[in-house]
Design a protein around this ligand. Structure first.
Ligand code: IMP
Ligand code: MG
Length: 173
């Protein structure tokens, strides 16, 4: 697999879309106490740009779920970091880089409901690959809906490489 030479979304396109998402989320979550929960590691750049573009004040927490080896989702989701804050009576905004099979995001929702008593969970994802779903999982806000391609950059990796690229690229065989 090698990096495509042209990018799929430039950092300017990403910034523009994140600013639109921030406005929509501000409008929809007006008056709520919001916990912004960053799905590590891929959603870090997206989360930091999004919460700064939002006018709603948030508290920040982190969760680290892992299901991928190379470019294949194993479907077996494990957690290596869990949030520290209480979520009862808060609105939890899960910030994802990408929803693919839907298994990671579903596992995150389940652990938040079961172990953190979260009862108002919303999901924002920068990218969505709806054609790849194995379980039902729908984000409340989607940056870009994409085809079945493997992407890297702006936080997203191929075996931990390319997270530092400012633009989003596809990987080619
Ligand atoms: P899911 O459980 O299959 O929905 O996968 C979700 C996670 O897999 C994401 O949070 C990413 O970390 C990773 N992932 C899925 N598709 C891609 C991709 O195209 N590029 C990089 N990472 C991906
Ligand atoms: Mg990943």
């Amino acid at each position: 697999m090698k990096l495509s030479t042209s990018c799929l979304y430039s950092h300017n396109q990403i910034a523009q879309r994140i600013s639109e998402l921030a406005n929509e989320i501000d409008r929809d979550l007006r008056g709520k106490e919001v916990v912004a929960l960053v799905a590590l590691k891929g959603a870090m750049p997206m989360a930091m740009d999004l919460i700064r573009a939002m006018k709603t004040s948030v508290t920040l927490d982190l969760i680290r779920a892992k299901s991928y080896e190379g470019s294949e989702s194993t479907g077996n989701v494990t957690f290596s970091h869990l949030p520290e804050c209480t979520m009862r009576d808060k609105t939890v905004l899960i910030i994802e880089d990408i929803i693919d099979t839907g298994q990671t995001c579903t596992a995150i929702q389940e652990i938040l409901q079961n172990d953190f008593q979260a009862n108002d969970i919303r999901i924002v994802t920068l990218l969505d690959k709806p054609s790849r779903r194995k379980v039902v999982c729908e984000a409340n806000w989607v940056g870009f809906s994409i085809d079945d391609v493997f992407v890297v950059g702006y936080g997203m990796d191929f075996d931990e490489a390319y997270r530092d690229l400012p633009d989003i690229h596809t990987m080619e065989p």
